[in-house]
Design a protein around this ligand. Sequence first.
Ligand SMILES: [Mg+2]
Length: 370
Amino acid sequence: MKISRATITLIDVPLLEPFVVAYATYNTMPSVILTLETDDGLVGYGESVPDGHITGETPTGVVEALRTELIPAILGLDPRDITAVHQQLNGALKGCGAAKAAVDIACWDLAGKAAGRPIYALLGGRKPEHPTIAKVMSILSPRVLAEQAVEARGQGYRHLKMKLGSTDGLDIERVRAVREAIGNDLAIRVDANQGWGDPATARTMIRALEPFDIGWVEQPIDADDIDGFRLLRQDTSMRLMADEAVVDAADLRQFVRDRSVDMVNLKLMKSGGITPCHRLATQAELGGLKVQIGSMLETSIASAAGFHLALSHPNIVSTELSGPMKFTTEPGNLQYILPEVQVTEAPGLGIDVDTSVLADLTVSECDVSS
Ligand SMILES: [Mg+2]
């Protein structure tokens, strides 16, 4: 089985409502869907949702990286030789985690379809429980967030993830309003997306959050401020999570060395797909840090990939792959029965891709073949 052809499709996925985080507001999510075909007629799907604020990649940049460098480097390879695939990808371009993730996911989809087994089975089998997701809440007014929290409780969510890190001075009021609206019915975690900047500001904010029973605080300070996490660790007993600060093994090694966080948020899009994230999850486990698989608001394709990874790795304790819940339409059909997701036993990613929806959302498309 050899990879013989690739179709790279840039799509724009409509969101139910704008998604607001500390560094950006999104009205739609651009996504690059990769369709890999093999010489024996199998079709595998991958996806890239780059975030320029984190990996420096853009949607059109991903298309060009795939078209000119990454796909030519892997044409003719057996997609099941995933180590060789990554050696070729890494030899062609440094970094570019989101672009490489599309290739990695498509290869795992093909490997699963060739074997007639779901990806989690190829990764060593699955945990018995279904993965759950949190309701991810944008930076909105305290009143609107309180209403959304009550609505989320009614929808079946058990966890809220509040985006904070704004500069309007209302972050603590946001958490207070939500906690008062839902009492202790739902767990709350917060993500500042670097928005509090320096350790002194973050320390003040974290202390102010202490009365509200916060599960953990994610990326409170600048991603580059590794020493800042050590300072924060000395000042608070609240659980800390690094996200933007952890892309590769060298980043993770610093947090293991410093013991300055309790958890890391790994994303297929930061690190290059299932394969690198599986390794990082094991590295974190050996260093005593728990892992969450986070989201860049991917469609069912990359979200399913993240769930297969999470199901198969004992050190992955949380998943936040909520993208499919936030779109009005998308090409895949991952099924959520809140707060859980249903990962099927179907081969590969275990989802169907509706090519007519893909066509409707298409902005541009190109083919690369051997
Ligand atoms: Mg985050």
